[in-house]
Design a protein around this ligand. Structure first.
Ligand code: NAD
Length: 260
């Protein structure tokens, strides 16, 4: 196989200045794709990250600021990028509280960023993918797109919605060279998870290691976090010709969580 199977493809990865999005961007760049990094910030560090990724992998990497909580910015991201061949809907946030105490603004933000942004970006990208006769839409859902946990009402709702959107996108795109699938990670040690550790330590009165082993990885039979490199590898596989007929499905990377 060519060292650069994705050469001349352009990938937009939403929410990619850290964590899983960055892992996916790195893997696609390593496979030769030009990449558009994104987040809602516009720091020198964001642009420096794009420049260093471009140098590391010898591809064109740009950073485009767009707030995925705003439909018009989702659509503008795709337009400013000049379209794409690969769209990875990855941006996401988390908030944990009982339903009756869940702040309305957190509900709205999670639904907007974790779910509706995938719809708006996909809607903006599809005409270009159809015109090229090839495309990949990859939605980063979650084990929480397939199963639930208490106190994560907005997140679980949004991720189940993303899995539904994945199936509809796949059906509408079928036969046009365009596939759509969802990757469903279990726990991956990224900033979104790091932030939850001190909260869980307080809630459960446990130390860090015990929270990791007994609260987080308790759901993950392998007893290990998945890595951003592994998620990147799955996304890159979904862009290969071996995955031409994989569409409308979910791929779990969760150490066995959803097999329980
Ligand atoms: P992260 O916090 O490292 O990354 C989230 C990314 O989204 C960041 O780049 C952040 O800047 C960006 N983002 C947040 N709000 C945004 C907004 N309004 N507009 C644009 N970008 C925004 O966390 P992560 O773990 O890498 O999460 C990435 C995705 O993976 C999320 O959709 C998350 O739900 C999903 N996921 C994570 C895990 C895990 O265990 N880490 C498990 C399953 C699914």
């Amino acid at each position: 196989m060519s060292q650069s199977p994705l050469k001349s493809r352009t990938a937009i990865v939403t929410g990619s200045n850290s964590g899983i999005g960055l892992g996916i961007a790195r893997s696609l760049a390593a496979a030769g794709a030009d990449v558009v990094l994104n987040s809602f910030t516009d720091d020198a560090g964001d642009h420096a990250l794009a420049a260093s990724l471009g140098t590391e992998f010898g591809v064109n990497v740009r950073y485009i600021k767009a707030d995925m909580s705003r439909p018009e910015e989702c659509r503008a991201l795709v337009e400013q990028a000049g379209g794409c061949d690969i769209l990875v809907n990855n941006a996401g946030i988390q908030y944990v509280a009982k339903i009756e105490e869940f702040p309305q603004d957190r509900w709205d933000a999670i639904i907007a960023i974790n779910m509706s942004s995938a719809f708006h970006c996909t809607a903006a990208a599809l005409p270009g993918l159809y015109a090229r006769g090839w495309g990949r839409v990859i939605n980063v859902a979650s084990a929480h797109g397939l199963t639930a946990s208490p106190y994560k009402s907005a997140y679980v709702t949004a991720k189940h919605g993303v899995v539904g959107l994945t199936k509809v996108t796949a059906l509408e795109a079928a036969g046009q060279g365009v596939t759509c699938n969802a990757i469903c990670p279990g726990y991956v040690l990224t900033p979104i998870i790091e932030k939850q550790i001190p909260e869980q330590m307080k809630t459960h009165n446990m130390d860090r290691e015990t929270v990791i082993k007994q609260v987080m990885l308790e759901r993950q039979p392998s007893g290990e976090f998945a890595t951003t490199e592994q998620i990147g590898g799955v996304a890159t596989f979904l862009c290969s010709s071996a995955a031409d007929q994989i569409t409308g499905t979910t791929i779990s990377v969760d150490g066995g969580w959803t097999a329980l």
